[in-house]
Design a protein around this ligand. Structure first.
Ligand code: NAG
Ligand code: NAG
Ligand code: NAG
Ligand code: NAG
Ligand code: NAG
Ligand code: NAG
Ligand code: NAG
Length: 410
């Protein structure tokens, strides 16, 4: 649990440093202008599948201090969101991907011996920083080898001063953060980033993600006290204790007790989202999976309920969108018909998803933006379903809070 402790220490240090909190802009990696929604969804589904498979494999190996999974160099690599932070003294700024399903902060360190991936910013050189300290593991270095759905990164642990925050007026310099100094990797690139910030079961943070079809506005990540929010619309639900094994240990599990579409409560088994004795099952909220994926029995209930409400003809959108249930709109320019919201009944808190958060339309196709779970170890609430919602992870209180928001104006 070393890195969890460190991440909690990160918030502690931020609070102690007097920083009221830090605001970081998140840029969506895969939102290139000109990419159609259907192209985006197909690519995202492929990335999701690699992550699910990698986690499944990691889980089947029992986890441990290092997690491994096979790599596919041809897999559409990389993260969904980027943030900018700076390492060392003087601070060297770099873009890092942001992930709630892993728990290490890392960047590549010189020298790399030819096994680092080309990155968009200058390589961080520990020898050039006044605040770099190597971590000692009984007289030797503390190595790590961590795998993501898209490949492994290895190196050794060290501590550094990090600078967070996108504007000079609202920055925090936090000393003594443990991070991974990566000097070898299986990837040929990391989609425009020079490292990763893992916030799995980490500190107090919140984010607000803009709709993925809106390529113009940036999402926001708030760290420390400024992450908190309150008001009439805020709902809170406790996290469920995660299994002790990796990779599940760092996932944020929720207690989902039912789902409704409009006023219809779907017929879902009471234990559909329960964790099983072997650590699989349950439902997690994830910032690195695009499309919600659910156990087939649950998915089929949702599918049938949507089908019962829509009078448009269904169409095989699988080639265009990669999604299972699609309808044909009367013309490519037609607006989709009105649909009631979908409600996820979490313990003590209903999460209301407007139609735009669970249906995607493009060029005359209108599809259910959810899928059944073919790979992976848990049900996953993906980012498509988290759009325009301010979501707070409070690990001290062990709760997730959320409220509807217009994230582009947060
Ligand atoms: C890291 O782990 C992967 C997967 O087990 C392995 O293939 C790779 O060689 C390891 N890297 C290093 C530098 O040990
Ligand atoms: C990475 O750093 C460790 C510790 O200095 C070293 O043992 C290892 O050989 C380095 N790996 C590469 C590929 O440079
Ligand atoms: C992300 O990485 C993949 C494979 O490494 C590459 O094909 C793709 O162009 C990259 N995307 C971006 C936006 O850099
Ligand atoms: C994004 O910005 C471009 C250029 O300013 C504009 O043409 C386009 O309509 C905007 N798209 C959205 C979804 O706001
Ligand atoms: C739907 O289209 C996909 C891809 O074109 C094809 O593989 C699949 O067989 C089709 N499914 C049905 C039910 O027609
Ligand atoms: C989930 O919530 C239900 C309803 O409040 C409760 O009965 C159940 O014990 C909770 N399950 C877990 C794992 O906390
Ligand atoms: C997922 O749903 C599709 C379409 O409804 C079905 O053909 C497939 O068998 C399901 N997969 C699993 C693993 O149940």
């Amino acid at each position: 649990m070393a890195s969890l402790a460190v991440l909690i220490a990160l918030v502690g240090a931020m609070l102690a440093s007097g920083a009221a909190g830090v605001r970081v802009e998140l840029t969506r990696v895969h939102s290139r202008p000109g990419v159609t929604a259907s192209q985006f969804v197909r690519d995202a589904l492929r990335r999701d599948m690699h992550r699910h498979k990698a986690r499944e494999l990691a889980a089947s190996r029992g986890g441990g201090a290092t997690v491994s999974a096979p790599t596919r160099k041809d897999s559409p690599g990389g993260p969904e969101y980027l943030m900018t932070l700076a390492i060392g003294t003087p601070p060297l700024s770099y873009p890092a991907s942001f992930d709630t399903a892993s728990d290490l902060i890392w960047t590549q360190c010189a020298p790399c011996g030819g096994r680092c991936f080309p990155q968009p910013t200058q390589l961080y050189n520990p020898a050039g920083s006044a605040t770099f300290r190597v971590r000692d593991c009984g007289g030797s270095l503390c190595p790590y080898n961590i795998s993501y759905g898209t490949g492994w990164k290895s190196g050794f642990r060290a501590t550094e001063t990090f600078t967070f925050g996108s504007s000079p007026a609202c920055q925090a310099r936090v000393p003594g953060i443990t991070f991974g100094c990566s000097n070898a990797s299986s990837s040929s690139n990391f989609n425009g980033s020079s490292g990763l910030v893992g916030l799995g079961r980490g500190p107090l943070f919140s984010y607000c993600l803009t709709p993925f079809q809106d390529a113009n506005s940036t999402s926001t990540l708030l760290l420390g006290e400024s992450a908190a929010f309150s008001g009439a619309g805020v709902r809170s639900t406790p996290f469920v204790a995660s299994p002790s094994r990796l990779p599940m240990r760092v996932f944020y599990y929720l207690n989902l007790t039912g789902i409704s579409l409009g006023t219809k409560v779907l017929s879902i088994a009471p234990d559909a989202f329960s964790l099983k004795a072997d650590g699989t099952g349950g439902i997690i909220i994830d910032s690195d999976t695009t499309i919600t994926s659910l156990d087939d029995a649950v998915y089929q209930q949702i599918r049938a309920a949507v089908l019962a409400l829509v009078t448009l003809p269904t169409t095989n959108g699988s080639a265009a969108m990669g999604l299972d249930l699609c309808f044909a709109l009367p013309s490519p320019m037609s607006a989709p018909p009105a649909m009631p919201s979908m409600t996820l009944h979490f313990e003590g808190a209903d999460m209301v998803l407007p139609a735009d958060s669970y249906m995607i339309s493009e060029s005359g196709l209108w599809c259910l933006a959810m899928q059944n779970q073919t790979y992976g170890v848990a049900n996953i609430l993906g980012v498509c379903q988290q759009q325009n919602m301010h979501i707070l992870f409070d690990v001290r209180k062990e709760t997730l809070s959320f409220a509807p928001a217009k994230c582009s104006t947060l």
